[in-house]
Write a protein that binds this ligand. Sequence first.
Ligand code: JFH
Length: 242
Amino acid sequence: MRIDVVSIFPDYLAPLDLSLIGKARRDGLLDIRVHDLRVFTHDRHRTVDDTPYGGGAGMVMKPEPWGEALDALATQGDPRPVLIVPGPGGEPLTQRTARELADREWLVFACGRYEGIDERVYEHAADRMDVRVVSLGDYVLNGGEVAALAIIEAVARLLPGVIGNAASLDEESHEDGLLEYPVYTKPAQWQGRAVPDVLLSGDHGAIARWRREQQLHRTARRRPDLLHASAAADPDDLALVP
Ligand SMILES: Nc1cc(-c2ccc3ccn(Cc4ccc(CN5CCCC5)cc4)c3c2)n[nH]1
């Protein structure tokens, strides 16, 4: 997979050189290229923002640098990338979205700052990219870089070979529509607290049932919205939840 990230703060993306994603880049599984938007400005002050038409607080990112940056990345006839624009008003990032994006061969991230990017940039890009505005959640960040890091991590870890133990991907939270069960490791006793006996029993059927119950209890307590939406919670499962 190829990933391009355009930002006025390219150093914000430095964490992509670390850990499993950094290794995947070095192994050639991921081709991540970070671009400084100011390279696509031509005035002395390398201006990327201006005051909003219609008034209002803050500044808006000018369309010209973005137009040049995106045109430099994807010309007609190239494979069609997804242009992911993080934004508080976007579709929520879910595991389903991450799985969809993991199936694409080329992602381009436009990391905005200020009060966002001139709307005409999205329209211009739609000629040669599939444009998706994506939100991390219902809170406001200062820019798109943190969101891009989160989306890249959520997508890249689904790619074959990026994280060692692919089996753990199957049992992930949200993979089956429920929250994850609690996990434990040695020592068996810690601060006077024991590990649930069932986990020491070696009875794999009982362990699987206990974990499922824990998932349902946690989901009912913390995310009841997921229970009703989840196809995973069939009626006799729901009977386990008080
Ligand atoms: N999940 C999530 C993602 C973000 C996010 C992502 C990219 C950018 C780029 C700039 N900002 C700051 C920002 C943007 C829009 C407003 C809302 N204003 C109201 C009137 C005009 C605009 C405020 C502040 C971002 C924020 N935040 N949260």
